[in-house]
Design a protein around this ligand. Structure first.
Ligand code: PLP
Length: 381
């Protein structure tokens, strides 16, 4: 999920400013200064400082979970989550995600086994999981794609039947509530990302949601080189700690997150209304979540639409609209994966079709109604 942050455009007074797929949520700068002053005052920069403790508690409260460990980013949190549960062998996952999902498996010497997605939710299709299980399978790594919940009940039932762990990549799902409450409480562990391009950001950051205090303690050791005290190292841990600056920033960001999601909701509704009658454009909707986060606005460009997906994508760029084809190419089409038997297109027909049709339209709190109308009108014309 990388936006084109930092791409500078030639400024042309006749041309409107470019619109990117996202723009990071930022609080007023002056509100951050007191936090910085406090850090300069107490000189505690990292290693479980006061802001780290406060932010963990505030996030638990906001997300309605009991235990959570902060990380420097979502990818290291994924890598560490797999270590924490000692996952080995083969893991069933989706090809339709950001590449970090499968990379976290390779970094652990685990073989990803790609399973096709559901055509409605674009999440891992539970009906196809069992056929991919082998004696080497130890876990399932699904993604709540676009913040739309996976079929958590069916996935858990399969995991229970076969004695598998479930680790959710919940990088898109900040603040989402499923039918039975907070989404990241599902699975053995859930991993969040607070990258600049996500609904909630700490510049870089991430977290592992843990089911109990013991697991959190273990994860906390792993993210700090395996230290449990000054002289005791119990595991080959990594440095995955979140710094005080990021934690302090996260505390401030939490104050604005509800208003930001509310603005996303309004934009989402405006797109849906404007695109409702456009032949060949299908707006993906949620997966029955009780509270959504409107993280992305994915549309499918279907054969009835007069232009191909890529032609529409190019037309939008010609008008200064930098939408993104999330998720194209599929993870399974990257060189380190495509030789694997499960990466064959014949095994992933739905994912392949969706990757060829999808465009994520710009959505972020500062996007104006006029900009939404401009983008929708271009698509409709
Ligand atoms: C962003 C993202 C990640 C990686 O998170 P970082 O914080 O950028 O390391 C992992 N999985 C998915 C699905 C993502 O979108």
């Amino acid at each position: 999920m990388r936006a084109d942050i930092g791409t500078s455009q030639m400024t042309d007074p006749k041309k409107p400013a470019p619109i990117y797929v996202t723009q990071p949520l930022l609080p007023p700068l002056e509100e951050f200064i007191p936090y910085l002053e406090q850090i300069w005052e107490n000189k505690w920069l990292t290693n479980s400082g006061p802001f780290h403790a406060q932010f963990e508690q505030a996030l638990c409260d906001y997300l309605n979970v009991k235990h959570l460990a902060l990380f420097t980013n979502g990818t290291l949190a994924l890598v560490t989550a797999l270590q924490a549960l000692r996952i080995t062998g083969e893991v069933i996952t989706t090809p339709y995600s950001f590449v970090a999902t499968a990379h976290s498996l390779l970094w652990n010497g685990i073989k990803p086994v790609f399973v096709d997605i559901d055509p409605v939710t674009l999440n891992l299709d539970p009906a196809r999981i069992e056929a991919a299980i082998t004696p080497q399978t130890t876990a399932i790594l699904p993604v709540h794609c676009y913040g739309h919940p996976c079929d958590v009940e069916r996935i858990q039932k399969i995991a229970d039947n076969y004695g598998l762990k479930v680790i959710y990549d919940a990088a898109h799902a900040f603040g989402v509530q499923g039918q039975d409450g907070s989404l990241p409480m599902h699975g053995d562990l859930s991993v969040l990302s607070f990258h600049a391009t996500k609904v909630f950001n700490t510049f870089e950051g991430g977290a592992i949601v843990c089911p109990d205090a013991k697991t959190k303690r273990h994860v906390d050791h792993l993210k700090n080189f395996g230290f449990v005290d000054e002289v005791t190292v119990v595991a080959p841990g990594i440095n995955g700690k979140m710094s005080e600056i990021n934690a302090a920033f996260g505390l401030l960001q939490l104050k604005g997150i509800d208003a930001a999601i509310q603005k996303r909701k309004v934009i989402d509704a405006r797109y849906r209304e404007a695109l409702a009658g456009v032949k060949g454009i299908h707006c993906l909707s949620g997966a029955g979540e009780k509270v959504a986060n409107y993280a992305y606005f994915p549309i499918l460009v279907q054969p009835e639409y007069p232009l191909s997906r890529d032609a529409l994508y190019q037309l939008m760029q010609d008008h200064g609209i930098y939408a993104r084809r999330y998720f194209y190419p599929l993870i399974s089409d990257f060189p380190m994966y495509r030789g694997m038997p499960s990466a064959a297109h014949a095994n992933l027909p739905v994912a392949k079709k969706m990757a060829e049709q999808v465009i994520c339209l710009p959505i972020y709190p500062a996007l104006s109604g006029e900009q939404v109308d401009f983008i929708a009108a271009l698509i409709a014309s």
